[in-house]
Write a new protein. Structure first.
Length: 329
C-alpha cells in the first residue's frame, strides 16, 4: 500500500527572503555580564502530574515548531494609515538566547536548581520565557523570577483551574508559591472555568484574597482592560510579575494536547493577545508556557504550534516594550 503524499513529512522549505524563527544562539556562559533581552529555558516537569502526560517532551517540540514561523511582525493599522505600521523583525530587534533545558525539575533538588537557573537568567535578561512541562514548572519559574523580592512580587495566571490543591503536583503550584511567601492578594487568575474546580479550592482562593476573573468575563470585557486590572493588582507591591500561560485555559478544539482543556475555553487569539500584552509591560519579568503534552496533540500539532506562537508573541511584546521606552513606538 502506498502512503498518501499528504501524510509524508516533508522538510521545511528554504527561502533566503523568508528567515525562520527559533534556533536562537545558546546562552554564553563565559560572559555572565553580557546582557540578553529574552532568555528561553525549558523546565520539563511531568512526573507529579495528576493526568498521565509526556509534557517533559514538549520543550523540544516547541523549539521545532518555532521553525514553522517567521520572526516578522506588523502592528495593526487604521484606515488612512496603511503602510505606515510599525514593523519588527524580532531577531534584529532583540537579543534572544536559548539556555536549553534544566535537568530533573520534578525532584526537590532539581526544582531548586531550576529556580536558581531562572534566577541567573533573570539577572541578565529583561524577560525569561520558560517552556514546560506541566504546571509544576510555575513554582521554580516564578521563584527564580522573583529572586529575593518574593514578598513584593506578583503572579498572573491564564488557567481554567485554581491550582490550589493540597500536595505536590501540577495542580498545586499557586498554593505552593503562597506557602513559599508570595502574597496571595497579588495573585490574579484569568479564565477560571465552571466544572473545572471544586468549592473547597474556590473558597481557599476567596479566603486568601486571590483575584479571580471568570472565563465568562472575557465575553463582555475588552482583553486590554482585563490585562490592565491584572497588572495593577499583581504589580502593586512594586516587585517583579510572573505570568503563567497554562494553555489548558483554551478551548479543547484548539488545545487538544492539554489533558485538562475543556470545551468552552478561551480562543487561541485571546491567549496570544494576553501573551503579547503582558510581555509589553516592564513589570513582567517572566512568562511560562505550561500543560502541553506534545505526544497527545492533534495530528496537525495545533497545541504545540500555539505554544510556539506564544513564545513569539512574548518576544513581540518585549520588542514593543523596548520601542515604547526608547520613543520608537
Amino acid at each position: 500500500m502506498t502512503t498518501p503524499t499528504s501524510n509524508v513529512a516533508r522538510p521545511l522549505s528554504h527561502d533566503p527572503n523568508w528567515p525562520r524563527a527559533g534556533a536562537w544562539p545558546a546562552v554564553d556562559g563565559t560572559d555572565g555580564s553580557a546582557r540578553i533581552d529574552l532568555a528561553l529555558v525549558g523546565i520539563p516537569t511531568s512526573k507529579t502530574s495528576l493526568s498521565p502526560t509526556n509534557a517533559h517532551l514538549t520543550p523540544a517540540a516547541v523549539r521545532e515548531a518555532l521553525r514553522r514561523y517567521s520572526d516578522h511582525t506588523v502592528e495593526a493599522a487604521a484606515p488612512g494609515a496603511r503602510g505606515t505600521e510599525l514593523e519588527t523583525v524580532l531577531g534584529e530587534a532583540l537579543s534572544i538566547r536559548d539556555a536549553g533545558d534544566v535537568t530533573d525539575p520534578d525532584t526537590e533538588d532539581g526544582e531548586g536548581a531550576a529556580a536558581a537557573t531562572v534566577r541567573e537568567l533573570a539577572a541578565r535578561a529583561e524577560l525569561v520565557v520558560a517552556l514546560g512541562g506541566d504546571n509544576a514548572l510555575t513554582v521554580p519559574a516564578a521563584l527564580g523570577v522573583a529572586g529575593d523580592a518574593l514578598e513584593s512580587a506578583g503572579l498572573i495566571t491564564l488557567d481554567a483551574h485554581h491550582d490550589l490543591r493540597d500536595g505536590r503536583s501540577n495542580g498545586s503550584p499557586v498554593r505552593r508559591l503562597v506557602e513559599a511567601g508570595l502574597n496571595p492578594r497579588r495573585i490574579v487568575q484569568i479564565g477560571i472555568a465552571d466544572f473545572a474546580n471544586s468549592r473547597a479550592y474556590r473558597e481557599r482562593a476567596k479566603e486568601w484574597g486571590i483575584t479571580v476573573i471568570h472565563r465568562d468575563e472575557l465575553f463582555s470585557r475588552p482583553l486590554a482592560e482585563i490585562a490592565t486590572e491584572a497588572l495593577e493588582i499583581a504589580g502593586a507591591g512594586g516587585g517583579p510579575v510572573h505570568v503563567d500561560l497554562d494553555v489548558d485555559v483554551c478551548d479543547r478544539a484548539v488545545a487538544p494536547g492539554c489533558p485538562a482543556s475543556i470545551p468552552g475555553g478561551i480562543a487561541a487569539h485571546e491567549l496570544r493577545a494576553f501573551a503579547r500584552m503582558f510581555a509589553a509591560d516592564p513589570r513582567v519579568r517572566g512568562i511560562d508556557i505550561a500543560e502541553v503534552d506534545a505526544t497527545a496533540d492533534a495530528p496537525d500539532g495545533r497545541t504545540v504550534r500555539l505554544a510556539a506562537l506564544c513564545v513569539l508573541e512574548a518576544a513581540a511584546g518585549l520588542a514593543a516594550r523596548q520601542a515604547a521606552r526608547d520613543g520608537r513606538a
